[in-house]
Design a protein around this ligand. Sequence first.
Ligand SMILES: Nc1ncnc2c1ncn2[C@@H]1O[C@H](COP(=O)(O)OP(=O)(O)O)[C@@H](O)[C@H]1O
Ligand SMILES: [Mg+2]
Length: 389
Amino acid sequence: MIVAGVMSGTSADGINVALVRINGPARNQVRTPSPHHRIKLLGHAEFPYAPAVRSFILSTMNSARASVANLARLNVLLGELYADAVKKTEGRFRVKAQLVGSHGQTIYHQGEAAAFLGKKLATTWQTGEGAVIAARVGVPVVSDFRPADMAAGGKGAPLVPFLDFLLYRDSRVGHIVQNIGGIANLTAIPAGASQKQVIAFDTGPGNMVIDALTERLFGEPYDRDGQIAALGTVLDPVLAEVLREPFFRRKPPKTAGREEFGREFVDKFIERCGKVNGRDVVATATALTAGSIADAIRRFVLGRRGAYHDFIVSGGGTRNATLMAMLANQLRPLGLQIRSSDEFGLPAEAKEAVAFAVLAYETWHRQASNIPSATGAKRAAILGKISYV
Ligand SMILES: Nc1ncnc2c1ncn2[C@@H]1O[C@H](COP(=O)(O)OP(=O)(O)O)[C@@H](O)[C@H]1O
Ligand SMILES: [Mg+2]
């Protein structure tokens, strides 16, 4: 089956589409997760959001003021944009998808349950209308993957570890797989692990804080190739203080988003840095991403079952050379060597889109695809909602 995976992450930089050929096992013989999937990437394309769309999305995320009418419009607009992106990718690679898996744009995520009007609720909201995508592309669409895991008691994230497990499980060596998008998330798969032994959680900010700072201090949407951070000096006391915050010390499972590392966090971060050169602020934020990843590995991954050697990294953060150099320095003493997901046949920026193709494939076959040890769910759940043509 050929499936198009569509991802638009918390960075709100744009839309990634992956066309994937998936051959699963005979369904009556094997229960998920099956090691027998064959996954082949047929093509991948990226479509940046137009600046006006991006700033509209950023203004709705976590906003106390977003209007209901605008949220309703955004849902349909994104459905149209996702459909355009899928059709363009199909044309470019001359491949027709039979199914689409669309993550949608997260506008709110609260993984931790809290009291609200007499009930304890955790909640999440991904927008981008599946019915519109199905109508435009002409094939069924699976969307809205996270609520089913939350309804089963999970945090609704992370979901990509399902793919990590299929791709990187190994009977002899352990792998740590790290995606650095807006948020950074880690999957650790010990040697010979079953799905239950997979450790996966959000380590903290990926590019989100860096992007916000370059935007505010330099008018740039991100720190291209890490050039700004490269010229700055890391403010070690600020870094140490931030790394002592409760999020970084909290045991997994845990998830993060703009709720934790959005506007408020950035305001406080700038204040903590004091009157210094903007480059130092960006350098310190870059060191925070690298440091929080290394800390998370020391605290929650090493010392548990199995040894690790490869650290396989994906996501837009891989293009930030300063970040990658800081990370390499932090990981070397832990015996970890950074390898790009490209080396394993998946372009670093395509992985999450591939993951949502695979998750859609599972749902289409009525198979569960959350990993309860990663999300904290009480049980396995079939994820998503299906829009038929
Ligand atoms: N050339 C580059 N140099 C530095 N950072 C980059 C570069 N290209 C992309 N990025 C970073 O990657 C981010 C997008 O990463 P992505 O994996 O798409 O995240 P998300 O899943 O949150 O959308 C951008 O916001 C930017 O911070
Ligand atoms: Mg993105």
